[in-house]
Design a protein around this ligand. Structure first.
Ligand SMILES: NC(=O)c1ccc[n+]([C@@H]2O[C@H](COP(=O)([O-])OP(=O)(O)OC[C@H]3O[C@@H](n4cnc5c(N)ncnc54)[C@H](O)[C@@H]3O)[C@@H](O)[C@H]2O)c1
Ligand SMILES: O=C(O)[C@H](O)COP(=O)(O)O
Length: 525
Protein backbone atom coordinates (compact mmCIF):
# COMPACT_ATOMS: atom_id res chain seq x y z
CA UNK A 1 0.00 0.00 0.00
CA UNK A 2 1.56 3.38 -0.97
CA UNK A 3 2.30 5.83 1.85
CA UNK A 4 1.77 9.59 1.69
CA UNK A 5 3.00 12.29 4.07
CA UNK A 6 1.05 15.57 4.35
CA UNK A 7 3.58 18.02 5.75
CA UNK A 8 1.64 21.33 5.56
CA UNK A 9 -1.74 22.35 6.98
CA UNK A 10 -4.33 21.06 4.54
CA UNK A 11 -8.11 20.60 4.47
CA UNK A 12 -9.19 17.26 6.06
CA UNK A 13 -10.55 16.38 2.62
CA UNK A 14 -7.03 15.39 1.51
CA UNK A 15 -6.42 12.65 4.13
CA UNK A 16 -10.04 11.50 3.69
CA UNK A 17 -9.48 10.95 -0.02
CA UNK A 18 -6.13 9.20 0.41
CA UNK A 19 -7.68 6.79 2.95
CA UNK A 20 -10.77 6.18 0.85
CA UNK A 21 -8.51 5.20 -2.04
CA UNK A 22 -6.52 2.76 0.05
CA UNK A 23 -3.43 4.91 0.65
CA UNK A 24 -1.82 5.09 4.07
CA UNK A 25 -1.56 8.76 5.03
CA UNK A 26 0.24 10.54 7.84
CA UNK A 27 -0.23 14.23 8.69
CA UNK A 28 2.85 15.80 10.29
CA UNK A 29 3.00 19.56 10.01
CA UNK A 30 5.55 22.02 11.37
CA UNK A 31 8.49 19.58 11.08
CA UNK A 32 11.99 21.04 10.93
CA UNK A 33 13.98 20.27 7.78
CA UNK A 34 16.03 17.65 9.64
CA UNK A 35 12.93 16.00 11.11
CA UNK A 36 11.38 15.84 7.66
CA UNK A 37 14.57 14.47 6.07
CA UNK A 38 14.71 11.77 8.75
CA UNK A 39 11.28 10.35 7.86
CA UNK A 40 10.80 11.16 4.18
CA UNK A 41 12.47 7.91 3.09
CA UNK A 42 9.36 6.00 4.24
CA UNK A 43 7.00 7.74 1.84
CA UNK A 44 5.92 7.31 -1.77
CA UNK A 45 4.17 10.68 -1.89
CA UNK A 46 4.61 14.09 -0.25
CA UNK A 47 1.65 16.51 -0.17
CA UNK A 48 2.57 20.13 0.59
CA UNK A 49 1.49 23.78 0.42
CA UNK A 50 4.05 26.59 0.47
CA UNK A 51 5.66 26.03 3.88
CA UNK A 52 7.49 22.76 3.22
CA UNK A 53 10.68 23.30 1.27
CA UNK A 54 11.24 20.33 -1.03
CA UNK A 55 14.94 21.02 -1.54
CA UNK A 56 17.49 18.92 -3.42
CA UNK A 57 18.74 17.62 -0.03
CA UNK A 58 15.25 16.51 1.01
CA UNK A 59 14.66 14.86 -2.36
CA UNK A 60 18.01 13.04 -2.08
CA UNK A 61 16.89 11.65 1.30
CA UNK A 62 13.53 10.57 -0.16
CA UNK A 63 14.59 7.17 -1.44
CA UNK A 64 11.05 5.89 -2.13
CA UNK A 65 9.46 9.15 -3.21
CA UNK A 66 7.53 9.03 -6.48
CA UNK A 67 5.40 12.15 -6.37
CA UNK A 68 5.30 15.59 -4.75
CA UNK A 69 1.84 17.15 -4.82
CA UNK A 70 1.49 20.90 -4.26
CA UNK A 71 -1.99 21.83 -3.03
CA UNK A 72 -1.82 25.21 -4.72
CA UNK A 73 -0.17 26.91 -7.67
CA UNK A 74 3.38 28.10 -6.98
CA UNK A 75 6.09 25.44 -6.88
CA UNK A 76 8.96 27.76 -6.05
CA UNK A 77 9.34 25.84 -2.78
CA UNK A 78 10.09 22.67 -4.78
CA UNK A 79 13.41 22.04 -6.49
CA UNK A 80 11.76 20.79 -9.68
CA UNK A 81 15.05 20.06 -11.53
CA UNK A 82 16.26 17.99 -8.55
CA UNK A 83 12.92 16.15 -8.46
CA UNK A 84 13.10 15.52 -12.21
CA UNK A 85 16.66 14.26 -11.95
CA UNK A 86 15.56 11.90 -9.18
CA UNK A 87 12.59 10.72 -11.23
CA UNK A 88 10.01 12.26 -8.89
CA UNK A 89 6.86 13.69 -10.47
CA UNK A 90 5.89 17.19 -9.29
CA UNK A 91 2.21 18.12 -9.57
CA UNK A 92 0.28 21.23 -8.63
CA UNK A 93 -3.37 22.29 -8.72
CA UNK A 94 -3.27 25.23 -11.10
CA UNK A 95 -6.87 26.44 -10.85
CA UNK A 96 -8.20 25.49 -7.39
CA UNK A 97 -7.34 28.75 -5.65
CA UNK A 98 -7.32 31.25 -8.55
CA UNK A 99 -10.70 32.87 -7.86
CA UNK A 100 -9.89 33.20 -4.16
CA UNK A 101 -6.53 34.83 -4.90
CA UNK A 102 -8.03 37.18 -7.48
CA UNK A 103 -10.65 38.19 -4.89
CA UNK A 104 -7.87 38.87 -2.38
CA UNK A 105 -6.18 41.20 -4.88
CA UNK A 106 -9.47 43.03 -5.42
CA UNK A 107 -10.01 43.20 -1.63
CA UNK A 108 -6.57 44.76 -1.19
CA UNK A 109 -7.28 47.21 -4.02
CA UNK A 110 -10.40 48.41 -2.18
CA UNK A 111 -8.50 48.46 1.11
CA UNK A 112 -5.86 50.72 -0.45
CA UNK A 113 -8.40 52.98 -2.17
CA UNK A 114 -10.22 53.67 1.10
CA UNK A 115 -7.40 53.10 3.63
CA UNK A 116 -9.58 50.55 5.37
CA UNK A 117 -7.03 49.07 7.82
CA UNK A 118 -5.92 52.49 9.11
CA UNK A 119 -9.51 53.77 9.29
CA UNK A 120 -10.53 50.65 11.18
CA UNK A 121 -7.63 50.92 13.65
CA UNK A 122 -8.29 54.64 14.23
CA UNK A 123 -12.04 54.16 14.70
CA UNK A 124 -11.57 51.28 17.12
CA UNK A 125 -9.07 53.45 19.02
CA UNK A 126 -11.98 55.87 19.58
CA UNK A 127 -10.56 58.63 17.36
CA UNK A 128 -13.38 59.13 14.79
CA UNK A 129 -11.00 60.77 12.28
CA UNK A 130 -13.58 61.41 9.57
CA UNK A 131 -11.50 64.04 7.79
CA UNK A 132 -8.25 62.05 7.80
CA UNK A 133 -9.35 59.23 5.56
CA UNK A 134 -10.14 60.65 2.14
CA UNK A 135 -10.25 57.87 -0.45
CA UNK A 136 -10.40 57.47 -4.22
CA UNK A 137 -13.02 55.81 -6.43
CA UNK A 138 -12.11 52.80 -8.54
CA UNK A 139 -14.58 53.63 -11.30
CA UNK A 140 -12.82 54.95 -14.42
CA UNK A 141 -9.38 54.38 -12.92
CA UNK A 142 -6.77 52.42 -14.88
CA UNK A 143 -5.70 49.05 -13.48
CA UNK A 144 -2.36 47.75 -14.78
CA UNK A 145 -2.01 43.98 -14.68
CA UNK A 146 1.49 42.53 -14.74
CA UNK A 147 0.78 38.93 -15.72
CA UNK A 148 -2.53 38.04 -17.35
CA UNK A 149 -2.77 34.28 -16.79
CA UNK A 150 -5.38 32.48 -14.70
CA UNK A 151 -5.48 34.84 -11.76
CA UNK A 152 -4.71 38.00 -13.75
CA UNK A 153 -7.60 37.31 -16.10
CA UNK A 154 -10.05 36.81 -13.20
CA UNK A 155 -8.84 40.07 -11.66
CA UNK A 156 -9.37 41.77 -15.03
CA UNK A 157 -12.91 40.42 -15.24
CA UNK A 158 -13.78 41.67 -11.75
CA UNK A 159 -12.12 45.05 -12.37
CA UNK A 160 -14.07 45.54 -15.62
CA UNK A 161 -17.21 44.87 -13.58
CA UNK A 162 -16.11 47.73 -11.33
CA UNK A 163 -15.94 49.94 -14.46
CA UNK A 164 -12.17 50.24 -14.38
CA UNK A 165 -10.06 50.41 -17.54
CA UNK A 166 -7.72 47.42 -17.58
CA UNK A 167 -4.34 47.37 -19.31
CA UNK A 168 -2.02 44.37 -19.21
CA UNK A 169 1.67 43.67 -19.63
CA UNK A 170 2.33 40.01 -20.35
CA UNK A 171 4.73 39.01 -23.15
CA UNK A 172 2.79 35.76 -23.65
CA UNK A 173 -0.64 37.40 -23.95
CA UNK A 174 -1.87 37.20 -27.54
CA UNK A 175 -3.79 40.16 -29.01
CA UNK A 176 -6.81 37.82 -29.51
CA UNK A 177 -6.81 36.76 -25.85
CA UNK A 178 -6.39 40.39 -24.73
CA UNK A 179 -9.43 41.30 -26.86
CA UNK A 180 -11.47 38.41 -25.40
CA UNK A 181 -10.52 39.54 -21.90
CA UNK A 182 -11.51 43.15 -22.68
CA UNK A 183 -8.05 44.46 -21.77
CA UNK A 184 -5.51 46.52 -23.67
CA UNK A 185 -2.12 44.83 -24.14
CA UNK A 186 0.66 47.34 -23.43
CA UNK A 187 4.38 47.49 -22.85
CA UNK A 188 5.70 47.55 -19.30
CA UNK A 189 6.74 51.19 -19.66
CA UNK A 190 3.27 52.10 -20.91
CA UNK A 191 1.68 50.31 -17.99
CA UNK A 192 3.96 52.04 -15.51
CA UNK A 193 3.15 55.43 -16.99
CA UNK A 194 -0.63 54.96 -17.19
CA UNK A 195 -1.79 52.79 -14.27
CA UNK A 196 -3.50 54.24 -11.18
CA UNK A 197 -3.37 50.77 -9.61
CA UNK A 198 -0.87 48.02 -10.45
CA UNK A 199 -1.43 44.39 -9.52
CA UNK A 200 1.09 41.59 -10.09
CA UNK A 201 0.12 38.07 -11.15
CA UNK A 202 3.25 36.35 -12.50
CA UNK A 203 5.40 33.56 -11.14
CA UNK A 204 8.80 34.52 -9.74
CA UNK A 205 11.29 33.78 -12.52
CA UNK A 206 14.52 35.31 -13.78
CA UNK A 207 12.44 37.57 -16.04
CA UNK A 208 10.03 38.72 -13.32
CA UNK A 209 12.36 39.06 -10.33
CA UNK A 210 12.36 42.75 -9.35
CA UNK A 211 10.09 43.57 -12.28
CA UNK A 212 9.07 46.52 -10.11
CA UNK A 213 12.64 47.64 -9.45
CA UNK A 214 13.60 51.10 -8.18
CA UNK A 215 13.95 52.19 -11.81
CA UNK A 216 10.53 50.80 -12.77
CA UNK A 217 8.85 52.31 -9.71
CA UNK A 218 10.33 55.70 -10.65
CA UNK A 219 8.42 55.47 -13.97
CA UNK A 220 5.03 55.02 -12.27
CA UNK A 221 2.36 57.69 -12.04
CA UNK A 222 2.51 59.78 -8.85
CA UNK A 223 0.09 58.34 -6.31
CA UNK A 224 0.07 54.86 -7.86
CA UNK A 225 -1.22 52.06 -5.59
CA UNK A 226 0.46 48.67 -5.90
CA UNK A 227 -0.81 45.19 -4.98
CA UNK A 228 1.20 41.98 -4.92
CA UNK A 229 -0.62 38.71 -4.25
CA UNK A 230 1.73 36.69 -6.46
CA UNK A 231 5.25 36.18 -5.15
CA UNK A 232 7.71 38.06 -2.96
CA UNK A 233 10.68 39.20 -5.02
CA UNK A 234 8.62 40.72 -7.83
CA UNK A 235 8.98 44.13 -6.17
CA UNK A 236 12.14 45.71 -4.76
CA UNK A 237 10.92 46.08 -1.17
CA UNK A 238 13.48 48.76 -0.24
CA UNK A 239 12.53 50.85 -3.27
CA UNK A 240 8.85 50.39 -2.44
CA UNK A 241 9.48 51.68 1.08
CA UNK A 242 11.38 54.68 -0.31
CA UNK A 243 8.52 55.41 -2.75
CA UNK A 244 5.93 55.27 0.04
CA UNK A 245 8.07 57.50 2.29
CA UNK A 246 8.56 60.09 -0.45
CA UNK A 247 4.83 60.11 -1.25
CA UNK A 248 5.41 59.12 -4.89
CA UNK A 249 3.66 55.82 -4.23
CA UNK A 250 0.17 56.38 -2.83
CA UNK A 251 -0.17 52.94 -1.22
CA UNK A 252 1.02 49.36 -1.38
CA UNK A 253 -0.51 46.07 -0.31
CA UNK A 254 1.65 42.97 -0.06
CA UNK A 255 0.39 39.46 0.60
CA UNK A 256 3.81 38.00 -0.22
CA UNK A 257 7.35 38.91 0.78
CA UNK A 258 10.92 38.17 -0.25
CA UNK A 259 11.45 36.49 3.15
CA UNK A 260 8.57 34.42 4.49
CA UNK A 261 7.35 34.23 7.14
CA UNK A 262 7.82 38.03 7.18
CA UNK A 263 7.88 38.76 10.87
CA UNK A 264 9.91 41.95 10.54
CA UNK A 265 10.12 44.27 7.55
CA UNK A 266 11.14 47.90 7.10
CA UNK A 267 7.76 48.29 5.38
CA UNK A 268 5.83 47.50 8.55
CA UNK A 269 4.32 50.65 10.02
CA UNK A 270 4.89 52.72 6.86
CA UNK A 271 1.86 54.95 6.20
CA UNK A 272 -0.13 53.66 3.21
CA UNK A 273 1.27 50.13 3.58
CA UNK A 274 -1.03 47.13 4.10
CA UNK A 275 0.00 43.52 4.52
CA UNK A 276 -1.47 40.06 4.90
CA UNK A 277 0.47 36.89 5.74
CA UNK A 278 0.34 35.06 2.37
CA UNK A 279 -3.44 34.68 2.63
CA UNK A 280 -4.17 34.80 -1.11
CA UNK A 281 -5.35 31.18 -1.21
CA UNK A 282 -6.80 31.04 2.28
CA UNK A 283 -10.53 30.57 1.90
CA UNK A 284 -12.56 27.51 2.85
CA UNK A 285 -13.55 27.01 -0.76
CA UNK A 286 -10.05 27.24 -2.24
CA UNK A 287 -8.53 24.99 0.41
CA UNK A 288 -11.18 22.32 -0.14
CA UNK A 289 -10.62 22.59 -3.92
CA UNK A 290 -6.85 22.22 -3.77
CA UNK A 291 -6.93 19.47 -1.13
CA UNK A 292 -9.38 17.38 -3.17
CA UNK A 293 -7.46 17.96 -6.39
CA UNK A 294 -4.03 17.20 -5.00
CA UNK A 295 -5.18 14.04 -3.19
CA UNK A 296 -7.03 12.72 -6.25
CA UNK A 297 -4.10 13.48 -8.56
CA UNK A 298 -1.54 11.89 -6.26
CA UNK A 299 -3.73 8.84 -5.64
CA UNK A 300 -4.29 8.42 -9.40
CA UNK A 301 -0.57 8.50 -9.97
CA UNK A 302 0.37 6.16 -7.15
CA UNK A 303 -2.41 3.67 -7.88
CA UNK A 304 -2.90 3.79 -11.66
CA UNK A 305 0.01 5.74 -13.12
CA UNK A 306 -2.39 8.51 -14.28
CA UNK A 307 -0.68 11.89 -14.48
CA UNK A 308 -2.51 15.24 -14.17
CA UNK A 309 -1.01 18.71 -13.82
CA UNK A 310 2.56 17.48 -13.59
CA UNK A 311 5.28 20.04 -14.19
CA UNK A 312 7.90 17.52 -15.25
CA UNK A 313 5.93 14.85 -17.09
CA UNK A 314 3.29 14.71 -19.82
CA UNK A 315 -0.31 14.23 -18.71
CA UNK A 316 -1.82 10.77 -18.78
CA UNK A 317 -5.42 10.26 -17.74
CA UNK A 318 -6.25 7.55 -15.18
CA UNK A 319 -8.47 6.09 -17.92
CA UNK A 320 -5.65 5.98 -20.51
CA UNK A 321 -2.99 4.75 -18.05
CA UNK A 322 -4.10 1.07 -18.13
CA UNK A 323 -4.25 1.16 -21.98
CA UNK A 324 -0.78 2.65 -22.15
CA UNK A 325 0.84 0.42 -19.54
CA UNK A 326 1.53 -2.54 -21.91
CA UNK A 327 2.88 -0.10 -24.51
CA UNK A 328 5.18 1.45 -21.95
CA UNK A 329 6.46 -2.02 -21.03
CA UNK A 330 7.03 -2.79 -24.74
CA UNK A 331 8.65 0.62 -25.33
CA UNK A 332 11.00 0.24 -22.39
CA UNK A 333 12.10 -3.21 -23.60
CA UNK A 334 12.74 -1.90 -27.12
CA UNK A 335 14.75 0.93 -25.59
CA UNK A 336 16.69 -1.52 -23.42
CA UNK A 337 17.58 -3.62 -26.45
CA UNK A 338 18.87 -0.76 -28.60
CA UNK A 339 20.52 0.90 -25.60
CA UNK A 340 22.45 -2.27 -24.75
CA UNK A 341 23.30 -3.22 -28.33
CA UNK A 342 24.55 0.19 -29.33
CA UNK A 343 28.19 0.80 -28.50
CA UNK A 344 28.67 4.11 -30.33
CA UNK A 345 27.54 7.47 -28.87
CA UNK A 346 23.78 7.87 -29.26
CA UNK A 347 22.93 11.20 -30.90
CA UNK A 348 19.26 10.70 -31.62
CA UNK A 349 16.30 8.51 -30.73
CA UNK A 350 13.22 8.29 -32.97
CA UNK A 351 10.00 6.73 -31.71
CA UNK A 352 7.45 5.77 -34.38
CA UNK A 353 3.95 4.45 -33.70
CA UNK A 354 1.54 2.83 -36.15
CA UNK A 355 -1.85 1.13 -36.03
CA UNK A 356 -3.58 1.16 -32.62
CA UNK A 357 -0.50 2.75 -31.01
CA UNK A 358 -0.92 5.78 -33.27
CA UNK A 359 -4.24 6.55 -31.54
CA UNK A 360 -2.57 6.90 -28.13
CA UNK A 361 -0.70 9.64 -26.29
CA UNK A 362 2.85 9.11 -27.61
CA UNK A 363 4.66 11.04 -24.83
CA UNK A 364 4.57 8.28 -22.18
CA UNK A 365 5.71 5.77 -24.84
CA UNK A 366 8.65 8.03 -25.69
CA UNK A 367 9.45 8.48 -21.98
CA UNK A 368 9.56 4.69 -21.54
CA UNK A 369 11.75 4.22 -24.66
CA UNK A 370 14.22 6.85 -23.41
CA UNK A 371 14.30 5.29 -19.94
CA UNK A 372 15.16 1.93 -21.57
CA UNK A 373 17.79 3.40 -23.89
CA UNK A 374 19.53 5.22 -21.05
CA UNK A 375 19.35 2.45 -18.46
CA UNK A 376 22.74 1.25 -19.72
CA UNK A 377 24.37 4.42 -18.38
CA UNK A 378 22.07 5.34 -15.48
CA UNK A 379 20.60 3.10 -12.79
CA UNK A 380 18.18 5.76 -11.61
CA UNK A 381 16.67 6.72 -14.94
CA UNK A 382 12.88 6.45 -15.22
CA UNK A 383 10.14 7.93 -17.40
CA UNK A 384 10.20 11.21 -15.47
CA UNK A 385 13.89 12.01 -15.65
CA UNK A 386 14.67 10.28 -18.99
CA UNK A 387 13.68 13.25 -21.21
CA UNK A 388 15.80 15.58 -19.02
CA UNK A 389 18.77 13.21 -19.15
CA UNK A 390 18.38 12.97 -22.93
CA UNK A 391 18.44 16.76 -23.20
CA UNK A 392 21.48 16.95 -20.93
CA UNK A 393 23.29 14.49 -23.21
CA UNK A 394 22.20 16.34 -26.36
CA UNK A 395 20.25 13.32 -27.59
CA UNK A 396 17.76 14.56 -30.16
CA UNK A 397 14.36 12.97 -29.65
CA UNK A 398 11.79 12.65 -32.44
CA UNK A 399 8.26 11.26 -32.35
CA UNK A 400 6.43 10.12 -35.49
CA UNK A 401 2.83 8.95 -35.68
CA UNK A 402 2.05 7.01 -38.89
CA UNK A 403 -1.55 6.97 -40.07
CA UNK A 404 -0.94 4.09 -42.52
CA UNK A 405 -1.89 0.43 -42.85
CA UNK A 406 0.58 -1.85 -41.16
CA UNK A 407 1.23 -5.60 -41.10
CA UNK A 408 0.59 -5.47 -37.38
CA UNK A 409 -2.49 -4.34 -35.52
CA UNK A 410 -0.16 -2.09 -33.52
CA UNK A 411 3.53 -1.29 -33.81
CA UNK A 412 6.19 0.70 -31.97
CA UNK A 413 9.53 1.23 -33.71
CA UNK A 414 12.63 2.70 -32.04
CA UNK A 415 15.54 3.96 -34.10
CA UNK A 416 18.79 5.19 -32.60
CA UNK A 417 21.18 7.39 -34.51
CA UNK A 418 24.92 7.29 -33.84
CA UNK A 419 27.92 8.60 -35.80
CA UNK A 420 28.02 5.12 -37.36
CA UNK A 421 24.47 5.22 -38.71
CA UNK A 422 20.94 4.24 -37.69
CA UNK A 423 19.64 1.00 -36.18
CA UNK A 424 16.10 0.14 -35.30
CA UNK A 425 13.99 -2.43 -33.47
CA UNK A 426 10.23 -2.80 -33.58
CA UNK A 427 7.67 -4.54 -31.43
CA UNK A 428 3.98 -5.22 -31.20
CA UNK A 429 1.48 -6.34 -28.57
CA UNK A 430 -0.20 -9.71 -28.88
CA UNK A 431 -3.79 -9.56 -27.68
CA UNK A 432 -3.19 -5.87 -26.81
CA UNK A 433 -1.16 -7.02 -23.79
CA UNK A 434 1.90 -9.14 -24.50
CA UNK A 435 5.02 -7.50 -25.94
CA UNK A 436 6.66 -9.22 -28.92
CA UNK A 437 9.78 -8.21 -30.78
CA UNK A 438 9.06 -8.29 -34.52
CA UNK A 439 12.07 -6.66 -36.10
CA UNK A 440 15.66 -6.09 -35.15
CA UNK A 441 18.19 -4.20 -37.28
CA UNK A 442 16.02 -4.69 -40.37
CA UNK A 443 15.58 -8.45 -39.89
CA UNK A 444 12.11 -9.84 -39.16
CA UNK A 445 11.92 -11.97 -36.00
CA UNK A 446 9.11 -13.27 -33.80
CA UNK A 447 10.45 -13.21 -30.26
CA UNK A 448 9.06 -12.71 -26.82
CA UNK A 449 11.10 -10.78 -24.29
CA UNK A 450 12.59 -12.37 -21.26
CA UNK A 451 14.76 -11.18 -18.42
CA UNK A 452 18.00 -12.69 -19.75
CA UNK A 453 18.62 -12.92 -23.47
CA UNK A 454 21.51 -13.76 -25.70
CA UNK A 455 21.77 -11.81 -28.94
CA UNK A 456 23.93 -13.18 -31.73
CA UNK A 457 24.62 -12.06 -35.28
CA UNK A 458 26.18 -14.84 -37.36
CA UNK A 459 26.55 -16.15 -40.90
CA UNK A 460 23.67 -18.46 -41.77
CA UNK A 461 25.67 -21.70 -42.15
CA UNK A 462 24.67 -25.33 -41.48
CA UNK A 463 25.74 -26.79 -38.12
CA UNK A 464 25.88 -23.48 -36.24
CA UNK A 465 22.79 -24.00 -34.08
CA UNK A 466 24.05 -27.43 -32.95
CA UNK A 467 27.46 -26.02 -31.97
CA UNK A 468 25.81 -23.12 -30.10
CA UNK A 469 23.50 -25.48 -28.15
CA UNK A 470 26.47 -27.63 -27.16
CA UNK A 471 28.49 -24.59 -26.02
CA UNK A 472 25.66 -23.32 -23.84
CA UNK A 473 24.89 -26.79 -22.49
CA UNK A 474 28.54 -27.34 -21.50
CA UNK A 475 28.38 -24.08 -19.52
CA UNK A 476 25.22 -25.26 -17.73
CA UNK A 477 23.04 -22.60 -19.38
CA UNK A 478 19.60 -23.79 -20.37
CA UNK A 479 17.83 -22.31 -23.43
CA UNK A 480 14.24 -21.22 -22.74
CA UNK A 481 13.16 -19.95 -26.14
CA UNK A 482 14.95 -19.71 -29.44
CA UNK A 483 14.19 -17.19 -32.20
CA UNK A 484 15.86 -16.96 -35.54
CA UNK A 485 15.66 -14.37 -38.29
CA UNK A 486 17.82 -13.86 -41.37
CA UNK A 487 18.25 -11.54 -44.30
CA UNK A 488 18.12 -14.52 -46.67
CA UNK A 489 19.44 -18.07 -47.06
CA UNK A 490 23.19 -18.07 -46.32
CA UNK A 491 23.16 -14.35 -45.44
CA UNK A 492 23.45 -12.59 -42.07
CA UNK A 493 21.25 -14.16 -39.39
CA UNK A 494 20.09 -12.98 -35.96
CA UNK A 495 19.54 -15.32 -33.05
CA UNK A 496 17.72 -14.31 -29.91
CA UNK A 497 17.69 -16.80 -27.09
CA UNK A 498 16.11 -16.53 -23.71
CA UNK A 499 18.18 -18.37 -21.12
CA UNK A 500 17.42 -19.51 -17.59
CA UNK A 501 20.80 -18.82 -16.01
CA UNK A 502 23.04 -15.74 -15.94
CA UNK A 503 25.49 -15.73 -18.87
CA UNK A 504 29.12 -15.80 -17.64
CA UNK A 505 31.68 -13.65 -19.45
CA UNK A 506 33.68 -16.77 -20.43
CA UNK A 507 30.62 -18.22 -22.17
CA UNK A 508 30.27 -15.05 -24.26
CA UNK A 509 33.90 -15.50 -25.35
CA UNK A 510 33.29 -19.14 -26.22
CA UNK A 511 30.24 -18.25 -28.32
CA UNK A 512 32.17 -15.45 -29.93
CA UNK A 513 34.83 -17.93 -31.07
CA UNK A 514 32.31 -20.20 -32.82
CA UNK A 515 32.79 -20.11 -36.62
CA UNK A 516 30.63 -17.51 -38.40
CA UNK A 517 29.78 -15.47 -35.26
CA UNK A 518 30.00 -11.69 -35.82
CA UNK A 519 28.46 -10.24 -32.65
CA UNK A 520 27.44 -11.66 -29.28
CA UNK A 521 25.80 -9.72 -26.50
CA UNK A 522 24.06 -10.70 -23.26
CA UNK A 523 20.94 -8.57 -22.79
CA UNK A 524 19.21 -7.84 -19.47
CA UNK A 525 15.60 -6.78 -20.00
N1 LIG B 1 -0.76 34.79 -2.66
C1 LIG B 1 -1.16 33.57 -2.84
O1 LIG B 1 -1.55 32.91 -1.89
C2 LIG B 1 -1.20 32.99 -4.20
C3 LIG B 1 -2.21 32.08 -4.53
C4 LIG B 1 -2.23 31.52 -5.80
C5 LIG B 1 -1.25 31.88 -6.71
N2 LIG B 1 -0.27 32.73 -6.36
C6 LIG B 1 0.75 33.10 -7.33
O2 LIG B 1 0.16 33.92 -8.32
C7 LIG B 1 0.97 33.88 -9.49
C8 LIG B 1 0.09 33.79 -10.74
O3 LIG B 1 -0.66 32.59 -10.74
P1 LIG B 1 -1.51 32.18 -12.01
O4 LIG B 1 -2.28 30.97 -11.64
O5 LIG B 1 -2.22 33.34 -12.58
O6 LIG B 1 -0.34 31.76 -13.00
P2 LIG B 1 -0.43 31.64 -14.60
O7 LIG B 1 0.71 30.81 -14.98
O8 LIG B 1 -1.79 31.27 -15.03
O9 LIG B 1 -0.16 33.13 -15.07
C9 LIG B 1 1.08 33.75 -14.97
C10 LIG B 1 1.18 34.74 -16.09
O10 LIG B 1 2.40 35.46 -15.93
C11 LIG B 1 2.86 35.73 -17.23
N3 LIG B 1 4.27 36.07 -17.24
C12 LIG B 1 5.33 35.22 -17.18
N4 LIG B 1 6.47 35.93 -17.26
C13 LIG B 1 6.12 37.23 -17.34
C14 LIG B 1 6.85 38.43 -17.43
N5 LIG B 1 8.20 38.45 -17.46
N6 LIG B 1 6.18 39.60 -17.48
C15 LIG B 1 4.82 39.61 -17.45
N7 LIG B 1 4.07 38.49 -17.40
C16 LIG B 1 4.72 37.32 -17.32
C17 LIG B 1 2.57 34.46 -17.99
O11 LIG B 1 2.55 34.68 -19.38
C18 LIG B 1 1.21 34.09 -17.47
O12 LIG B 1 0.19 34.61 -18.28
C19 LIG B 1 1.91 32.69 -9.28
O13 LIG B 1 3.16 33.19 -8.86
C20 LIG B 1 1.31 31.96 -8.12
O14 LIG B 1 2.28 31.24 -7.41
C21 LIG B 1 -0.23 33.30 -5.12
O1 LIG C 1 0.91 29.47 -5.06
C1 LIG C 1 -0.06 29.31 -4.34
O2 LIG C 1 -0.96 28.50 -4.58
C2 LIG C 1 -0.20 30.20 -3.16
O3 LIG C 1 0.99 30.85 -2.89
C3 LIG C 1 -0.83 29.58 -1.98
O4 LIG C 1 0.08 29.18 -1.02
P1 LIG C 1 -0.44 28.40 0.29
O5 LIG C 1 -0.99 27.10 -0.16
O6 LIG C 1 0.73 28.24 1.17
O7 LIG C 1 -1.49 29.26 0.89
Amino acid sequence: MPKVLISDKMSPKAPEIFRARGIEVHEKTGLSKDELAAIIGDYDGLAIRSSTKATAALIAAAKNLKVIGRAGIGVDNVDVPAASAAGVVVMNTPFGNSITTAEHAIALMFALARQLPEADASTQAGKWEKNRFMGVELTAKTLGLIGAGNIGSIVADRALGLKMKVIAYDPFLTPERAKDMGVEKVTLDDLLAKADFITLHTPLTDSTRNILSAEALAKTKKGVRIINCARGGLIDEAALKAGLDSGHIGGAALDVFVEEPATASPLFGTPGFISTPHLGASTDEAQVNVAIQVAEQMADFLLTGGVTNALNMPSLSAEDAPKLRPYMALAEKLGLIVGQLETAEIRGVKVEVEGAAAQLNIKPITGAVLAGVMRSFSDTVNMVNAPFLARERNIEVAEVRHERDTDYQTLVRVTVRTPEGERSVAGTLLGSQFPRLVEIFGIKVEADFSERMLFIINEDKPGFIGRLGTTLGEAGVNIGTFHLGRRGAGAEAILLLSVDQPIPEQLLWNVCRLPGVKTVKALKL
